[in-house]
Structures are given as C-alpha cells and as structure tokens.
Design a protein around this ligand. Structure first.
Ligand SMILES: C[S@@+](CC[C@H](N)C(=O)[O-])C[C@H]1O[C@@H](n2cnc3c(N)ncnc32)[C@H](O)[C@@H]1O
Length: 248
C-alpha cells in the first residue's frame, strides 16, 4: 500500500473511532454486553431509559442503522476519554481518581496536561497501548512513570487539582461530586456501578440519572457524553456554574 493511502486510511480510522457520541450505540440488544462488575443499578442504560431523561436523551443514537455505523472499540476507553478531553476542555490539572495502571494520566501527560493518578493500589503503567490516531501499538518505556498518589481519594486532594476524573471508579462518584462542590472544581464521571457508594438511588431510578440529579442539585452544569467503547460508556462533565462558559 502506498504511503499516502496508508496515511489517508489511518486518518479515516481515527475519524471513525472518535466520531461524536451521537452515533455511538448501546441499544437494548447490546445492553447485556459488559466488561465491568455490575449490580442492578449498574445495568447499562437503555434507549428507553435515556428517552425518559431530560439530560441524557440526546445520547440516543440518531442513525436508523446504528449497529452498522461503528464497531465498538472495546479496549480503548482511556484513549477515547483522552481524545474527548482534548477536544472539549482546556488543559488543566487532572486527578485521575481510581486511575488503575495510569494510562489516561500517561496520555494526558503526553499531551502536556499535568495529571496524577489517585489510587490506593499501586500499579505499573501498561507496557503498550494502541495509538488510535496512527492505528498502531505504541510501547511505553519500561522506565516510564506517571505521578501517583497511592491512597484512597479524600476531599482535600481536590484542592490541588482543577478537574477530578473517575472512570469506572466505583465507590468514588458521590465523593468526587461532593469534593468538587466543596473546592469548586470540575468533575468527569463515567460511572459503572453503585458498589461501595454511601448513597443509593431509589428503586426505578438509574444510577447515572441519580448522579446527574445529584450533581445538578449541587450547582453543576452538566454535559453528558458517550464514548465508543463497549460497556459503561456514558459519562458527564460537571462544571461549576461560577467558572464561566465551558468550551463545549
Ligand atoms: C474498576 S477499576 C477502574 C480502573 C480504571 N479507571 C479503568 O477504567 O480501568 C477501579 C479502580 O478504583 C480504585 N479505587 C477503589 N476505591 C478507591 C478510592 N476510594 N479512591 C481511589 N481509587 C479507588 C481501585 O484500586 C481500582 O484501581
């Protein structure tokens, strides 16, 4: 294959992968596909549930043939969230709460954002990851490190950051909203389940909707989004209303 053709194909792949959330799908058939621990409140949110939500309704896929549109990028949630952040937010100090191995923090650091993993379980960076832009595996220097605070999240940690991010960090969602409200910080949550959370939604209320209402009640402006990976792929950016206009 010629070099220009390869480049064009890589660019097209990247466009497809990072296409806006409106074309991303999780319909009732796929709702059973999961890669996270679940309980009833962590059940993937269906289109019916989305339609009933003022804030989340816009995440329903627009295409009449959503399954044909875009294959799900099962393993690439860190890359997809990283891209979303770069496209929608200004660089800022990020606390990657429950960040695990630290790939999101690593990618943000590579993009010039000061980011730190907050996680009580110390883990090494993965040895490689797929760069979606060039559609290639990239090796991480074995000596590579990201800043880490190896402890559970506590509200006062928010003081040193502008943005608290928690992807599938069960037990941390309510705490992050509370801390962000207390220290006037912004939050990105991609909730998975209600395990270890101090409060629980009442029967019939989906966990994500409950968090949306909770954050709204604390004075945040909410921007929901959906990323193109399989599983718990709905998130929201909660911004303090006093912080001026969001870039999004
Ligand atoms: C399901 S994993 C998600 C890891 C990563 N964000 C991802 O998307 O793959 C949850 C992570 O949260 C961490 N964690 C659990 N409780 C925490 C707490 N109170 N504060 C910070 N991290 C916590 C765990 O150690 C674990 O690494």
């Amino acid at each position: 294959m010629s070099k220009p053709k390869r480049k064009r194909e890589a660019a097209e792949l990247y466009q497809r992968i990072t296409r806006s959330t409106a074309q991303t799908v999780l319909d009732e058939d796929e709702a059973g596909e999961r890669d996270e621990p679940q309980n009833h409140a962590g059940t993937p949110i269906t289109n019916d549930m989305l339609a009933a939500s003022r804030e989340l309704a816009r995440l329903i896929p627009l295409s009449p043939h959503p399954k044909r549109d875009l294959p799900k990028m099962k393993k690439f949630r860190f890359q997809l969230l990283h891209t979303w952040m770069l496209e929608h937010l200004e660089p800022c100090r990020v606390a990657d709460v429950g960040g695990g191995k630290g790939l999101l923090t690593y990618l943000l650091q590579q993009s010039g954002w000061p980011a730190t993993v907050i996680d009580p379980v110390h883990q090494s960076l993965p040895v490689k990851y797929k760069d979606l832009q060039i559609d290639k595996q990239v090796h991480i220097d074995p000596a590579g490190r990201v800043p880490r605070i190896d402890r559970t999240f506590a509200a006062e940690i928010a003081r040193d950051f502008d943005l608290l991010v928690a992807m599938h960090a069960h037990g941390c969602n309510i705490q992050l909203i509370d801390a962000a409200a207390e220290y006037e910080r912004n939050v990105i949550l991609l909730p998975c389940c209600i395990i270890q959370e101090p409060l629980q939604p009442p029967a019939g209320v989906h966990w994500i909707q409950w968090l949306v209402d909770y954050a709204t009640g604390k004075g945040f402006a909410l921007e929901p989004f959906r990323l193109n990976f399989r599983g718990q792929n709905i998130g929201f950016y909660a911004q303090r209303r006093s912080h001026g206009s969001p870039r999004i």
